[in-house]
Design a protein around this ligand. Structure first.
Ligand code: ADP
Length: 666
């Protein structure tokens, strides 16, 4: 009987885990031989994927070669493995099942299966002796206790190994940066824990992405069946061991199409969010046990964290790239400021300001942006500024907004160079202004001569001639009005329109307008009333232009009010302004159209006959004029109940009123 520890022939590829397992089992074998006095004791482990037993440890390797592989059913241990029951052979030569054992110096034998707590076969422990009848029932029970010890040891060593591997997966995941690397390390590490012929890692596409979900596949010689398959969601709700039939059903393929026969399917979940699926597979049937599932699940938890972080990072990177591209390729100049200092600017900003980015970053806003506001701008449009640059002055539209980046308030300043566009607009407006001006002179002459002809002074007219002259006169008036409107508008657009501001008496102005328009009102059969509040302040503005606005509003009111109706002009005092209003009993203006009446050339489709008498420019000019005064103009109207147009003009402040009043009276 040998009590020496004899190591099995170490296979060159023996892993740390295998060595640990062999050493532990050798100790049990040697101890058993020592304590009980067996001649030899050998332990074989069952490898389900290969369906074979391999002798791993032996107290006397001359009797049972280490690393010997044999099938269940073969020899004493093979017989016990198949039957899963212990066996006591008192005299081998008497037992026809083991006749071949006589070739070796073995006369009696004892063998017990090593069984897992879940009843799986783990291996066998065999004692042999060269003496007949060397073992009895007591020895058998002894060996059973040793088998239990071996079972516990194997489980313990395997668990420890599992924990080490899972821990290593976590550690290694911290250092890898691509999904290929993740895949490679999972294949390597999981392959040391479970039977693994296939590993499939599918990552869900991030929200908003149209790309096909990335799929990572490891299987040296297995062709993917429907590589981009959608697993039945029900199958991947939780980690599961699945037979091929069920996976095939989940993938809507035939079970024979799948090369693997057992699968572990685990969702890659972090908190409640599923980021993908991890599938492990093997060609062997029913190959996965509960603890394999646990191992894959633990690996999947760690992989899921990696994937989640990776997806977040990718999302941020993409977002960043988009923002960078947007910022870099914008034709508008964009500057980013924090605490009033420039922190970033794009190419267009460098071009506009004529400086390099590095000369600009870190400097205060006012050192870089020399801006003077331009006031001749239509309200609602972006504010206009003159920007001084090394290239000269540029006209720019400026917009500014705030964002919070990493808890710090940042300002985003956008500048659009509109110099060329403004020059073009001005040239266009100047041209129109010139043409209109040129038109006005001959038109006035047509009007003047038709006025003279109609008096009959140059000679008598027939009734037909008189009638035709009336047409010429009315059309000429209309044309003169149109040309005047276009001229006003083009001057306002070109910024070549100056107001001669001063104090004026708003009540008196309204009286003049009422008097001038009374003839027109009479012709139209409409009452024209005037209501002027007492103690009105003086207004501050260009009296001539404000009169033009009021005439336009009263003219419109008379034009659109049917015979028998009334138009009321009212002047009231506001806090620091004077309000003029023109109320009529005409058709009113539907709400949807109210904003449009101030647009250029807008004429309502509701009264096409009346509209032909106008140009569609009167209210546009009125609005521009009022706003140039710093006032407001608006409509209150209900269809069928008339319209009221109101506008305000700034009043002269109380304190100055006496002095101004005195000079106005002079
Ligand atoms: P127009 O010279 O054509 O009158 P305006 O700019 O003065 O041009 O007016 C634009 C349009 O607004 C008119 O064609 C008409 O449809 C509508 N409008 C203006 N004033 C009134 C009003 N008092 N009642 C009803 N509609 C009006």
């Amino acid at each position: 009987m040998s009590s020496a520890v004899v190591s099995a022939d170490v296979e060159p590829s023996e892993t740390e885990f295998e060595r640990e397992m062999r050493t532990a089992l050798e100790e049990i074998a040697v101890e058993a031989a020592k304590i009980i006095g067996f001649q030899d004791c050998a332990i074989a482990l069952y490898h389900p994927t290969a369906n074979e037993l391999r002798t791993l440890a032996s107290s006397n390797p001359t009797l049972d070669a280490p690393s010997r592989r044999f099938a269940p059913g073969e020899g004493v241990a093979g017989h016990v493995a198949l039957a899963m029951r212990p066996i006591l052979i008192r005299d081998v030569s008497q037992d026809p099942r083991f006749l071949d054992l006589r070739q070796r110096p073995i006369a009696s034998a004892l063998c017990v299966p090593i069984v897992h707590e879940d009843s799986r076969l783990m291996g066998t422990i065999t004692a042999v002796s060269s003496k007949v009848g060397a073992f009895d029932e007591h020895d058998l029970r002894m060996l059973e206790v040793l088998a239990e010890m071996a079972s516990l040891s194997i489980c313990y060593i395997f668990r420890a190994h599992q924990l080490r591997v899972l821990n290593r997966i976590g550690q290694r995941l911290l250092r890898v940066s691509t999904l290929d690397d993740v895949m490679a390390l999972l294949v390597e590490e999981l392959g040391s824990l479970i039977p693994l012929d296939l590993l499939r890692l599918e990552i869900k596409s991030p929200a908003g992405s149209v790309a096909r979900p990335p799929l990572y596949w490891f299987a040296p010689d297995i062709r993917p069946v429907r590589p981009h398959m959608d697993f039945d969601q029900g199958l991947i709700q939780r980690a599961r061991i699945l037979p091929a039939e069920e996976v095939a059903r989940g993938l809507r393929v035939a079970p024979d199409d799948l090369s693997c026969k057992s699968f572990v399917v685990v969702p890659l979940r972090v908190d409640t969010e599923v980021h993908g699926t991890l599938v492990a597979g093997t060609r062997h049937t029913a190959a996965y046990a509960h603890e394999d599932l646990g191992a894959v699940e633990t690996a999947a938890i760690q992989a899921a964290l990696w994937v989640r972080n990776h997806l977040l990072y990718e999302q941020l990177r993409l977002q960043n790239e988009r923002v960078e591209a947007f910022f870099a390729y914008s034709s508008d100049a964009v500057l980013m400021l924090a605490k009033d200092r420039i922190v970033n600017l794009n190419e267009a900003a460098c071009r506009l300001l004529g400086i390099e980015a590095e000369d600009c970053v870190g400097r205060r806003r006012e050192e870089v942006l020399e801006l003077a506001p331009v006031t001749t701008r239509e309200p609602g449009a972006s504010p206009l500024y003159v920007l001084s640059t090394p290239r000269g002055e540029r006209e720019v539209e400026m917009n500014e907004s705030g964002i919070v980046v990493e808890g710090v308030e940042h300002r985003i300043v956008t500048l659009r160079d509109v110099t060329e566009q403004r020059d073009l607009d001005r040239a266009k407006a100047n041209f129109i202004s010139m043409v209109s001006h040129e038109l006005r002179t001959p038109l006035n002459s047509v009007l003047g001569f038709s006025d003279i002809l109609i008096t009959g002074a140059p000679g008598p007219l027939t009734e037909r001639q008189h009638e035709f002259l009336e047409h010429i006169r009315s059309s000429s008036r209309h044309l003169v009005q149109l040309v005047n409107d276009i001229l006003d508008l083009s001057r306002l657009d070109a910024g070549a329109f100056s107001l001669s501001r001063g104090p004026f008496l708003p009540g008196m102005l309204a009286q003049q307008v009422a008097a001038e328009m009374s003839g027109l009102a009479r012709e139209a059969g409409v009452d024209l009333d005037l209501k002027v509040a007492e103690a009105l302040p003086k207004a501050d503005g260009d009296g001539g232009r404000i009169k033009q606005v009021l005439i336009n509003l009263v003219g419109n009111a008379l034009k659109f009010t049917p015979e028998g109706g009334s138009v009321t002009v009212e002047v009231e005092a506001g806090e620091d302004e004077v309000t003029f209003s023109v109320r009529d009993t005409g058709p009113g203006i539907p709400e949807a159209e109210q904003g449009k009446v101030f647009e250029r050339f807008y004429q309502s489709v509701q009264s096409p006959r009346l509209a032909t008498k106008g140009s569609g420019l009167g209210l546009t000019i009125a609005k521009l004029l009022v706003e140039r005064h710093g006032g407001r103009i608006w409509i209150e109207s209900e269809p069928g109940r008339g319209s009221t147009f109101r506008f305000t003009v700034p009043a002269i402040p109380e304190v100055r009123r006496d002095q101004v009043g005195a000079s106005a009276q002079d």
